[in-house]
Design a protein around this ligand. Structure first.
Ligand SMILES: [Zn+2]
Length: 429
């Protein structure tokens, strides 16, 4: 993964232009500097040129520094959402929506949602699938400081088999198709290799693959394995050879296990993972990105007769979602590395922290849920030296809340202040 680390490093260098040069001292009443370790009380967190430069006991001051009073607040590292679709408009009629948006409009939607996401405390986001090139324009605009938003790692277009979960045009009449952006389709190892390389040419940090069918799509192809083993292997080998990592949307155990055997770095959702999946996760070191927010969201739509959801999707939702909730808990207990993800773009943007409550519901402690959105996510992204902790040398990303999230995790849904790269994205009052 050395090449990958270099790509991330290069992307972060670009973001320096957006970093604040101000020397800032934050007086924190309670600070969870390193999730997994005990929080500290009454500390000064010092940042300069976009990075943390010191942590001191007590409330100190520095010449020329701006001192910020968060003595009545709980401070933690900027949070990471590892499964987001930041250019996607949440809503009930996605099939109509995709016939009315182009790249330009998606970029503008993305700018709006990026601000909401950042103000919610998410300073780093893995955007795990979009269409067209809007996501790369948005990533650059954020890095250049033109629009506020989280640091983006972008997967580019979803890779999907023709007629599969990522083929949003399934069932449309042929004359409409040329007007709709759906450029990640590939069939056969050769086309899949080309599809990976095309996304990387555009600047993809990750590759996203619809390994199996999905719950929330109209493709009448179930939630079993879509790509063949040979296609999965071609995708993984091509991606790794170019120094990137690969994420697989997968529900059926056969698909999860095929992806893990092929060498996928993360599995998304994982509704029907079994004992063999858990064994393979541990053997390969792959991560499971739990997306319980979208599960809850889809279940609500399935229960609402006026949601516009088709009967076929309602059946899949009622079968898959409760199982997903139970299985993510089982995987975590079994030793699988579970990472925080929301699938925002289906659920509303800016509500990302709602996921914490679901993670606690399936058996994580409050601390473990915070680790999933900080240190563990940073590990998956190969960014442990950049984000996920408050420590000298790391990006100066932090969040302040009122109340103690280790007692009540829902306080994370109400941010008091957010700092990214040493600059306030949400200024403390
Ligand atoms: Zn998703």
């Amino acid at each position: 993964m050395k090449h990958f680390a270099f790509t991330v490093f290069a992307a972060l260098l670009c973001s320096l232009t957006a970093a604040a040069n101000d020397l800032t001292v934050v007086h924190a009443g309670t600070a969870l500097l390193v999730p997994g370790e005990a929080p500290r009380t009454n500390v000064s967190i010092i940042s300069e040129n976009g990075r943390f430069v010191g942590i001191e006991d007590g409330f100190v001051t520095r010449d020329g520094a701006t001192t910020v009073d968060l003595r009545d607040h709980f401070v933690l590292p900027g949070m990471i959402d590892a499964h987001d679709h930041i250019t996607a408009k949440p809503g009930r009629n996605k099939r109509l929506w995709i016939t009315t948006v182009d790249d330009s409009l998606q970029a503008l939607y993305g700018a709006h949602y990026a601000k909401l996401t950042l103000e919610a405390g998410f300073t780093t986001v893995r955007n795990i699938g979009s269409t067209g090139t809007a996501i790369f324009a948005l990533r650059r605009a954020i890095n250049e400081g033109l629009v506020p938003g989280p640091r983006l790692l972008a997967a580019g277009s979803f890779l999907s088999v023709t007629g599969g979960h990522g083929d949003k045009t399934t069932g449309f009449i042929e004359p409409i198709l040329p007007g709709i952006i759906h450029d990640g389709l590939c069939d056969g190892p050769a086309e899949c290799m080309k599809a990976v390389r095309t996304q990387i040419r555009r600047g993809a940090d990750w590759i996203k693959v619809m390994v199996t069918g999905g719950v929330n799509s109209e493709a009448n192809t179930g939630i079993g394995q879509h790509f063949s083993d040979a296609e999965l292997k071609a995708i993984v080998d091509t991606t790794h050879r170019l120094g990137r990592k690969v994420a697989g949307h997968a529900h059926a155990a056969s698909g999860v296990n095929a992806a893990l055997r092929a060498g996928f770095d993360s599995i998304e959702h994982g509704a029907f993972i079994d004992d063999e999946s858990i064994r393979l996760f541990k053997e390969t070191g792959a991560f499971l990105v739990a997306t319980l927010s979208v599960g809850d969201h889809v279940l609500h739509l399935a229960a609402d007769p006026n949601s516009g959801m088709s009967d076929a999707v309602r059946v899949k939702a009622r079968e898959a979602i409760p199982t997903m909730m139970a299985n993510v808990g089982r995987a975590f207990k079994g030793g699988v590395k579970v990472v925080f993800g929301t699938d925002s773009g289906e659920p509303e943007h800016g509500r990302n922290a709602d996921e914490f409550k679901f993670l606690v519901d399936i058996g994580m402690s409050e601390m473990e849920a915070i680790e999933a959105a900080t240190t563990v996510a940073a590990d998956m992204l190969d960014m442990e030296g950049e984000v996920g902790r408050i420590a000298p040398g790391l990006r100066a990303d932090l969040v302040a809340v009122t109340g103690n999230p280790l007692d009540d995790i829902t306080v994370l849904t109400r941010t008091h202040a957010v700092m990214k790269d040493g600059a306030w994205a949400k200024t403390p009052k």
